[in-house]
Design a protein around this ligand. Structure first.
Ligand code: FPP
Length: 248
């Protein structure tokens, strides 16, 4: 189990993304309704944000609600929306104190009006904070993001704002929601599932993946430090060979 002291501050990932999974199973293990798991998941959100801010990580993206999550029972969807608003309100002072600024990626048009308003207020109130950027993926999926980008590209080609011959990885990327932020260098998924679940599909091309059996509501700072220490032991080759990486 890693502690903060074991983390090499000179080799931090610039951007960490997290698939917070296992709230439902955690609730079941405690003989409670699923919502109880989400409520306790907020504790893990706080710990993770604090751990990332303490280390000096620049970007943290949390997969809080996927486009597919709209298909969950309505009472669970409603409870998640309420929890989101309550958490943002109750954590605002802590976000300000720690210079955390909030960002969102996803199809936010689908969010209920009241939730959308709260999110916009929180983004506005934290916009000058220059510490950690906390990005919430809400009503987000990688396929939605890519399809949305393709639609915008098609429109720009039709309106002669873009020549299809000028389309490159870089120019395409600028149409993606998450292009405002660097690609994640580390992706953590909790709860022992080995899936990407439609998260940041374009951006994770060279991301290091870290899976842990810990259910999200049990995830604490030490689990976050474990993931960072593990990341720091990896050799990232980006398609090159080891000798080239060592020489560079
Ligand atoms: C996945 O567990 C978790 C979610 C779909 C929601 C995550 C939301 C929170 C942690 C609370 C609020 C978040 C913020 C950012 C304030 P699951 O329900 O899929 O668990 P299961 O796989 O065990 O059923």
């Amino acid at each position: 189990m890693a502690s903060k002291e074991q983390v090499n501050i000179d080799k931090l990932p610039l951007h960490v993304a997290v698939i917070m999974d296992g709230n439902g199973r955690w609730a079941q293990q405690h003989g409670q309704e699923r919502v109880f798991g989400h409520q306790n998941g907020v504790v893990a959100v706080r710990e993770t944000v604090e751990a990332a801010a303490e280390l000096g990580i620049k970007y943290l993206t949390l997969y809080a609600f996927s486009t597919e999550n709209w298909n969950r029972p309505q009472e669970e969807v409603d409870a998640l929306m309420i929890l989101l608003v309550q958490t943002i309100r109750s954590e605002m002072d802590t976000l300000q104190k720690n210079k955390v600024s909030l960002g969102i990626i996803g199809d936010t048009e689908k969010m209920p009006e009241g939730v959308k308003e709260e999110l916009l207020i929180a983004i506005d109130e934290t916009k000058y904070n220059n510490g950690l950027k906390l990005i919430l993926a809400l009503s987000y999926s990688g396929r939605w993001e890519i399809l949305n980008a393709v639609r915008k590209v098609a429109l720009d080609i039709r309106n002669e704002k873009l020549d299809e011959n000028d389309l490159s990885f870089d120019s395409f990327e600028s149409y993606l929601e998450a292009s405002k932020y660097p690609d994640p260098e580390l992706l953590i998924r909790t709860s022992g599932e080995f899936r990407i679940s439609n998260f940041l599909l374009w951006q994770i091309a060279y991301t290091e993946l870290y899976f842990t059996d810990v259910l999200w509501p049990d995830f604490r700072k030490k689990e976050f430090f474990d993931a960072i220490v593990d990341f720091q032991s990896r050799e990232r080759r980006f398609g090159k060979i080891s000798a080239q990486i060592k020489r560079d």
